[in-house]
Write a protein that binds this ligand. Structure first.
Ligand code: ZN
Length: 365
């Protein structure tokens, strides 16, 4: 059985610091989880993640169940062994990927084309549980139906009712005691739909609760309002996970509202496109004005990239070897996200969260 223990709470707000223990691996929250889509953060070995201090990462069930196959990973000793990762792993259910790939949804499940060979694949709520249990992650997500925003209310309602029905089936299909299972609150930015979804997932009862269906096209003030509405209605003694959000401003504000976990591909994807997240904002390293810059990328950053290389070298790589630059900027951007969360934890501990948010607003709002 997993354990979640709040060890410190903001005396002026709702943010908190906690430990999550799956029984096999543990990590401290608030936490940002890097995304290893196919088992590895692109261009980035697992020991680099450990060196930055990451304790938990995300892997995509959708990709791993298609290639190499969840059962094969199980036979090979499970996902931790397969990925060479000593920390905790959260697997998503595949719901977001199948939405992105234009799946059709029926009462029974989702039907989509295998991205690798074009064959038809059915993914049911029970199938998503079985795949994640075979993979052996620490935290499994229920299969949900996510909707891009803006969306017709009828589309949101249908996504919500399917997600609720599938959540019940997923809970019933669970067999592993050493894997936590998180439910997902859907409903777009409509409060009454969120309320219906909250009541349904809380009634079923999960080891943790995710807020899904946000950062899919809506204005980020609205993202935050919806997060606040949901968090106020979630139990204090369970982890809260805001799915797919990694923009520094939203992460910092959501931590202040009491969100514990985040994941997003943006920091690593931006890195591969030559864009750095820094203490002065976003920087595109390609700009020719950096060709003669002898200072580091970010003076406030102590990551190996900033300690070792001048900006001029990063700019040079951007023009001649963007893949190598991608690795160096992945080091930096993930270090930036880890440092952001560390600063947030420190501000929570010292009851200075308001001051921290003002600093964030100056750069990122
Ligand atoms: Zn750096």
């Amino acid at each position: 059985m997993s354990r979640f223990e709040v060890i410190s709470a903001d005396s002026n707000g709702s943010g908190r610091i906690a430990n999550f223990d799956s029984g096999r691996h543990r990590f401290t929250t608030p936490v940002f989880m890097p995304v290893g889509t196919r088992g590895m953060v692109r261009l980035f070995p697992a020991d680099h993640l450990e060196a930055i201090g990451f304790e938990v990462m995300l892997a995509n069930t959708y990709h791993l169940m298609l290639r190499p196959g969840a059962e094969l990973v199980h036979e090979l000793g499970g996902l931790h062994r397969f990925m060479g990762w000593n920390g905790a792993i959260l697997t998503d259910s595949g719901g977001f990927q199948v939405m992105s790939l234009g799946a059709t949804f029926t009462e029974d499940g989702a039907r989509f084309r295998n991205v690798y060979d074009g064959s038809w694949v059915e993914l049911t709520p029970e199938g998503a549980v079985q795949a994640q249990e075979a993979l052996g992650s620490d935290i499994a997500m229920v299969l949900d139906v996510c909707t891009n925003l803006p969306a017709e209310r009828s589309a949101l309602e249908r996504a919500l009712s399917l997600t609720t029905a599938w959540s019940m089936r997923a809970r019933a299909a669970k067999t592993r005691d050493d894997q936590a299972q998180f439910g997902i609150v859907q409903g777009g930015t409509e409060r009454d739909l969120r309320q219906i979804s909250l009541e349904a997932v809380l009634e079923i009862g999960f080891d943790g609760y995710a807020i899904g269906g946000l950062a899919v096209g809506e204005e980020r003030g609205l993202t935050l309002d919806t997060v606040a509405y949901c968090v106020e209605r979630l139990p204090l003694d369970r982890p809260r996970y805001l799915m797919g959000v990694g923009d520094p401003w939203t992460v910092a504000h959501a931590i202040g509202l009491g969100v514990d976990m985040f994941d997003c591909v943006a920091p690593t994807r931006l890195a591969r496109h030559g864009v750095a997240l820094t203490s002065t904002g976003r920087i595109s390293v390609r700009r020719l004005s950096y060709r003669r810059e002898s200072a580091s990328l970010d003076e406030r950053c102590e990551c190996p990239t900033c300690v070792r290389y001048p900006m001029s070298f990063l700019c040079h790589l951007a023009h001649v070897d963007p893949q190598s630059l991608g690795t160096l900027l992945t080091v930096h951007n993930l270090s930036f996200m880890a440092a952001l969360v560390r600063r947030a934890r420190s501000a929570l501990e010292h009851s200075t969260y308001e001051i921290f948010l003002k600093e964030i607003d100056l750069i990122w709002s």
